[in-house]
Design a protein around this ligand. Sequence first.
Ligand SMILES: [Fe+2]
Length: 105
Amino acid sequence: MCIIHELKADTQFHFLSEENVMHEVGYPGLSQHSAIHSQLLKTLDEMTVEIVKHKTSEFSMLDFLHNWLLNHIQHADAEMGAYVRSASTRPIGEKFYKHFLTYRD
Ligand SMILES: [Fe+2]
């Protein structure tokens, strides 16, 4: 169960980082994207309860999360990424974490 809590904490941190970038560049879809993130965290909480009650397995959660992430990255994150790359206001993280970025100016 500990790894599920770590997974959720890492997911929350990732979502917060993503939402900060969207805020910094004035992404118009921020509230909608943030709501999608919140819904996933809620679903993970519900699945965690189901795991505790032995109504589902950790593998089901991982399978769900894998599919969710692929879909989210290919659509919502890709759309947001395109906006961020073309935004005139640059996110501050770009200055300090260039080595993590896969695109360059
Ligand atoms: Fe996202």
